[in-house]
Design a protein around this ligand. Structure first.
Ligand code: 3PG
Ligand code: MG
Length: 396
């Protein structure tokens, strides 16, 4: 791996621009899930303790190049100070005089958070002039934002080429976990891919059938595959126009020796609401007026068996409509099995991508997986086999 770590940078007394991802959920001005903040602490603390002057660069939400007060990073300042256990200075702009003054006032071992980089159009445009302005504020650059590494933006891409650059602790950890899961994994490898739509995960499925031994397809997207086999899926969420594509993916899997596991039995209901009356039927017996909302017990038992035979698991997306009970059951049962095998030292389990973390948290097993990524889109793009521009730019 070509990138440097922060151990290879000269940090004492240096102004270190640290790109982090603190794009956390906020309700009524308060952070409701501080996971991303917690995960950057090792890097920030480490640089500060080595006498570096930590200048945090981050985006928040999608202000599209304009100042949007509701998207100010100032909102996350209390949570950041709280988790870090240190005072954090704040500058109302990430470049120019305001930023410069705040940087100049910073002592060794102190931490400064600069305002949302996306308040400037140059950020998303990966504009070299904007990157120069950022570079002007620091002596070194550390990227700890794996979850934003799929964006070629000034603070994630161009800036890395303007200063001595290194991967932060979280970035390094994410990359090595992903390498362990799909780069050079212990076999057999099982991938669990769920979620509503096939259309958002075509590249992902297509790449995975080349790399894994068993691919479990769950959630709404499984319905598209079932329908492509000629099954009537009733009123289920289904992308009928992707039937050909689903068949092509199934064919590719067969050619590459990858076994696809689709639900054999399913939990169906007439209404999409918590506690709705439901029944378990064979997938081919889905009533015309019902929709599939979860994998049935027989299907889940097959997933469990696949996990027992596997050495590595990579998981993205729920197996059913896990956000409403009782349709969380398939996801929760399979996740608990994976957690148990992991804790017994029998399985390396890596999970990531938006809903996945929420599902594992709901199952109470996020801490029992080998690794849970902080990334949503970046995790997916990495699983698609894409080169992430933020990672590439760190390459020596
Ligand atoms: C995320 O929340 O997935 C990252 O912070 C990237 O945000 P974006 O999707 O707005 O680029
Ligand atoms: Mg996003």
């Amino acid at each position: 791996m070509g990138w440097k770590t922060i151990d290879e940078l000269d940090l004492a007394g240096k102004r270190v621009l640290v790109r982090v991802d603190v794009n956390v959920p906020i309700e009524a001005g308060r952070v409701t899930d501080a996971t991303r903040i917690e995960r950057i602490l090792p890097t920030v603390t480490d640089i500060a303790e080595k006498g570096g002057r930590v200048i945090l660069l981050a985006h928040f939400d999608r202000p599209k190049g304009k100042v949007v007060p509701e998207m100010s990073l100032k909102q996350i300042l209390p949570a950041l100070e709280d988790k870090l256990g240190r005072r954090v200075a704040f500058a109302e702009d990430c470049v120019g005089e305001t930023a410069q003054k705040a940087v100049d006032a910073l002592g060794d071992g102190e931490v400064l958070l600069l305002e949302n980089t996306r308040f400037h159009a140059g950020e998303e445009a990966n504009d070299p002039d904007f990157a120069e302005k950022l570079a002007h504020l620091g002596d070194a650059y550390v990227n700890d934002a794996f979850s934003a590494a799929h964006r070629a933006h000034a603070s994630t891409e161009a800036l890395a080429r303007l200063l001595p650059a290194a991967a932060g602790r979280l970035m390094a950890e994410e990359l090595s976990a992903l390498e362990r899961a799909l780069g050079s994994p212990d076999r057999p490898v099982v991938a669990v891919v769920g979620g509503a739509k096939v259309s958002t995960k075509l590249d992902l499925l297509s790449n995975l059938v080349e790399k894994v031994d068993t691919l479990v397809i769950g959630g709404g997207m499984a319905n598209t595959f079932l329908a492509a086999q000629g099954l009537d899926v009733g009123k289920s969420l289904c992308e009928h126009d992707l039937a050909d594509t689903a068949r092509q993916i199934a064919q590719k899997a067969a050619d590459k020796g990858c076994t696809i596991l689709l639900p054999r039995d399913v939990v169906v209901a007439r209404e999409f609401k918590a506690g709705a009356e439901s029944e378990v039927v064979k997938a081919e017996d889905t009533p015309a007026d019902a929709m599939i909302l979860d994998a049935g017990p027989d299907s889940v038992a097959h997933v469990e068996m696949a996990l027992e035979n596997a050495k590595t698991l990579v998981w993205n997306g729920p197996l059913g409509a896990f956000e409403i009970e009782p349709f969380d059951r398939g996801t929760v049962t399979a996740a608990k099995k994976a957690a148990k095998l992991t804790q017994a030292g029998k399985l390396v389990s890596v999970a990531g991508g938006g809903d996945t973390v929420a599902a594992l948290n709901a199952a109470g097993v996020a801490n029992d997986f080998s690794y849970v990524s902080t990334a949503g889109g970046a995790f997916l793009e990495w699983m698609e086999g894409k080169v992430l521009p933020g990672v590439k730019a760190l390459g020596a």
